[in-house]
Design a protein around this ligand. Structure first.
Ligand code: GLN
Length: 515
């Protein structure tokens, strides 16, 4: 029998609809896979095995009764722990929220349930989504399925690892400066940051509200589109939510399979996002992918975006400023942890200080200090005000570029997955990892990361990022799916089928046992 965990969400949905597989079987297969590999990978902070089987059985029952069901009904999904779930803990990777079960579902989670998807559990992340390696999770890091000694990216390393280790067909992530696209790059998966306002942020534990977006992580462009369609749309509970009616991203991905999908598409290579500091194998695969696009009729041009040089600097003022304000709600009174001071009087301020000292990790404290400093009287204009001006310049660079080209491209990340500890002691080195992804967040435009091969020097996945004008998310899906098709023709199948089979040792052991 086919291993159900190896199927794409779309293939699995077809089997479910045809009645060839039940949701309980599909869900059980993924829970078994989690059981066999997650002790090594640690993609999940919480696995909701019983609830998942119960939900799956309910969906099977409704299917048997002939009830109308969503297109993805019965397909399992993993959820980043930044999202509020009324029936699972939601910690955002922090001790301060350990064990907290929200009284409500994030809008995107509600939509997953309404579409009859089956939540498997919550995935690991850097604390409050601050990081590029998942090493800042208060619950220990996630490991990269391609090499367990290396990082799976961050902050959404858990979702990307769950998908690339075949523990879930797809997952939700959140992207404030690259946390969907960079983990996708280093794990060989697909990840999309939608246009700002395209997907509700209600119930997504806030990092930087003007940058945060929820989006899909998957193994194929079509699967990302299917999940994107489920979560997109206006939400009156999110004041920055767009009122647009969105075209189907899945249909846009299917349009990419046409032979002429790339003909005449103008692709702009961002000069500032492809130079010094980029790993040779990353550049090589990137250039090869450009040649493929060109061979299929796309026009490749170089585009300058001079302000992108300042994106990381502006981001690390805007993000800490907004984060320090957002994290003020963790005050020992309303949520989670409460710690009394070890000695001295027990006053509100002292309990708050002791709780925040014990509940927040180093990176979170670093950014709160930076943010409160940047916002303090006398410094506000010099730091936060200047960063906002840079943000405007970056938006202008995007607008100017999109007058000349349909999409902008760059490598998704400057290097392949690095080893644990390599960048932990040097925050600047960690921050520079997001040099390619941050501009899209600052401008609110959509970005997609997809795998383009393995770097020759280390055999690890390399990603390409596509960016489109705000509201043109569908364009990413068409071009992304077209490129994916060309690449898979070369590879003879999906890149992830080349990943190490993590359960090989267990399978060997059980075969021996059977003899
Ligand atoms: N790595 C970036 C940061 O540390 C991006 C995080 C994110 O997108 N949530 O801020």
């Amino acid at each position: 029998m086919t291993d159900l965990t190896r199927l794409s969400a779309s293939a699995l949905a077809d089997l479910l609809t045809a009645g060839e597989v039940s949701s309980v079987e599909a869900t059980r297969a993924h829970l078994d896979r989690i059981e066999s590999v997650d002790a090594d990978v640690h993609a999940f902070l919480h696995v909701a095995a019983e609830n998942a089987i119960r939900t799956a059985a309910e969906i099977d029952g409704r299917r048997a009764a002939g009830d109308p069901l969503g297109a993805l009904a019965g397909v399992p999904v993993a959820i980043k722990d930044v999202l509020a779930t009324h029936d699972m803990p939601s910690t955002s990777g922090s001790r301060i929220l350990e064990g907290w079960i929200p009284p409500y579902d994030a809008t995107v989670v509600r939509k997953l349930r309404e579409a009859d998807l089956v939540p498997l559990g919550k995935t690991n992340m850097d604390e409050f989504a601050m990081g590029s390696s998942t090493e800042h999770s208060a619950y220990g890091p996630t490991r990269n399925p391609w090499d367990l000694e290396r990082i799976p990216g961050g902050s959404g390393g858990g979702s990307a690892a769950a998908v690339s280790a075949f523990e879930a067909p797809f997952a939700l992530g959140s992207d404030t400066g690259g946390s969907i696209r960079q983990p996708a790059a280093v794990t060989g998966s697909v990840g999309v940051k939608p246009t700002y306002g395209g997907v509700s942020r209600y119930g997504a534990i806030a990092l930087a509200s003007s940058l945060d977006q929820v989006g899909p992580v998957s193994r194929t462009v079509l699967d990302a589109g299917l999940l994107h369609d489920v979560i997109a749309g206006h939400d009156p509970f999110d004041s920055t939510s767009l009122t647009d009616t969105w075209p189907s991203m899945a249909d846009a991905a299917r349009a990419g399979l046409r032979d002429d999908a790339l003909r005449g598409v103008r692709v702009g290579v961002v000069r500032e996002l492809n130079g010094e500091g980029f790993q040779a194998g990353v550049k090589q695969r990137f250039d090869e992918a450009l040649a493929l696009l060109q061979g299929a009729g796309a026009e490749i041009v170089e585009v300058a975006a001079p302000s992108f040089e300042y994106a990381v600097a502006a981001y690390y003022l805007i993000l800490p400023a907004e984060a320090s304000s957002n994290l003020a709600r963790f005050d020992s009174v309303r949520f989670g942890l409460r710690v009394n001071p070890e000695e001295g009087p027990v006053t509100v301020e002292r309990v708050m200080a002791a709780t925040r000292d014990a509940g927040f990790g180093t990176e979170v404290k670093r950014r709160i200090i930076l943010g409160t400093y940047a916002l303090s009287a006398g410094y506000y204009d010099a730091y936060y005000g200047s960063a906002q001006k840079v943000r405007t310049l970056i938006q202008r660079d995007f607008s100017a570029a999109f007058e000349k080209v349909d999409v902008l491209v760059s490598p998704s990340a400057p290097t392949t997955a690095f080893r644990f500890g390599e960048k932990l002691a040097d925050p600047m080195a960690m921050y520079l990892n997001d040099i390619t992804t941050i501009p899209a967040n600052l401008a609110g435009v959509p970005g997609m990361g997809l795998p383009i091969g393995l770097a020759p020097e280390d055999g690890l996945p390399v990603g390409m990022q596509l960016m489109a004008p705000a509201r043109a998310d569908a364009r990413l899906y068409t071009i992304g799916a077209a490129l994916e098709r060309l690449l898979e023709q070369q590879w003879g199948g999906p890149l992830l089928s080349q990943a190490p089979d993590l359960s090989a040792t267990e399978m060997f052991a059980s075969e021996e046992g059977a003899v």
